[in-house]
Design a protein around this ligand. Structure first.
Ligand SMILES: CCCCC/C=C\CCCC/C=C/C(=O)SCCNC(=O)CCNC(=O)[C@H](O)C(C)(C)COP(=O)(O)OP(=O)(O)OC[C@H]1O[C@@H](n2cnc3c(N)ncnc32)[C@H](O)[C@@H]1OP(=O)(O)O
Length: 303
């Protein structure tokens, strides 16, 4: 984690905006020592590009972990740290999450981090997955997922953990929690996030079958809020964010917390048990066999 912090997150200015300082809507100045120029200089291996326009208060986090934005340990750590930095930056009021990879928002958790590794690795990995979700689901600022490609499993979790979901209207894209198709099980907090998004009955069917939805079906069940032509996704997300920014921050934030805190607290109360569960589940021979088969099928393009 410290290594990722040292490497830093890439922040780029655009338009007339200042990066990391000044320009806040409320006239406050924001600077963070961790956004020093030396950090920026050494951010070329960054897996997430962050553009913050402090004149509008809108940040864009663009996933750039080719080929498919799978969320490995490094990506997850960088994601959590990037969110944390923006949350501390008073010039940022909302974050748009999107992908720099064509056709893929995120392929979900990196299966290679759950396959053939040591229990210590599984433990570290799962803690990073928890950290990411805890930060995003309980985030004080506005988050909009601009889902510009397929978004299975962990990618769907990130989308659902955002406040609003806009998906590219491309019938080839899919979104959903497909864990059972891999022979694994979405943990209770993935399930809770889905129940909170689409309701209990839809979640029962989705999780058991590992359903992946087309954009139009995702819209029908409320898994996404809006479909737009692919080329308009970022401009729509920015326009939408502007409407969210009209709401006074404190009132929106308290409302969000009222709705989400009980779900966050459930995991906070059982983090260690959840990690233990994950490690013993994922290390089972039968589960490793399932994941191995799924990886083979992925390589053979049969998934
Ligand atoms: C009872 C208590 C339970 C406790 C908890 C227990 C268990 C924990 C559950 C953990 C929850 C898991 C969440 C997840 O997120 S699991 C990951 C699920 N993801 C997927 O199933 C996505 C699989 N990928 C695809 O469907 C496609 O790759 C695609 C994303 C639609 C992109 O398709 P395409 O553009 O055609 O690319 P390729 O298929 O050719 O893929 C390119 C290379 O990327 C590799 N790849 C793809 N996805 C992943 C991944 N998630 N992790 C690692 N690697 C991935 C793929 O193999 C290709 O590699 P290659 O070029 O070397 O062949």
């Amino acid at each position: 984690m410290a290594a990722v912090l040292r490497r830093g997150i890439k922040f780029i200015s655009f338009g007339s905006s200042q990066v990391f300082s000044g320009g806040c809507k409320h006239g406050k100045t924001s600077t963070l020592s961790s956004f020093s120029s030396s950090n920026r200089n050494s951010s070329s291996s960054s897996k997430i590009k962050v553009d913050l326009d402090s004149s509008t208060g809108i940040a864009v986090m663009k996933f750039q972990n080719p080929p498919v934005n799978s969320m490995n340990l490094e990506f997850l750590t960088e994601f959590s740290i990037g969110l944390e930095k923006l949350e501390l930056d008073k010039s940022c009021r909302g974050v748009i999450l999107t992908s720099a990879q064509p056709k893929i928002f995120s392929a979900g958790l990196d299966i290679l981090d759950m396959y053939g590794k040591t229990p210590e690795h599984y433990e570290e990995f799962w803690r990073a997955v928890q950290d990411m979700w805890l930060k995003l689901y309980g985030y004080s600022k506005i988050t909009i997922a601009a889902i510009n490609g397929s978004s299975p499993a962990g990618g769907c979790l990130v989308s659902m953990a955002s406040d609003y979901r806009i998906m590219a209207d491309n019938p080839r894209y899919r979104i959903g929690l497909n864990e059972t198709q891999l022979g694994i099980v979405a943990p209770f907090w993935f399930k809770d996030t889905m129940v909170n998004t689409v309701g209990h009955r839809t979640t029962e069917l989705s999780l058991q079958f590992g359903l992946m939805y087309s954009p139009s079906d995702a819209l029908k069940i409320g898994l996404v809020d809006q479909l737009v032509p692919e080329e308009n996704i970022l401009s729509t997300a920015t326009e939408t964010m502007t409407k969210w920014l009209d709401i006074p921050d404190h009132a929106r934030e308290i409302s969000k917390s009222m709705l989400r805190k009980p779900t966050v607290d459930r995991l906070l109360a059982s983090r260690d048990a959840d990690i233990k569960n994950f490690v013993s589940f994922i290390a089972k021979d039968s589960i490793q066999k399932s994941l191995g088969l799924y990886l083979t099928m992925l390589k053979q393009r049969k998934v």
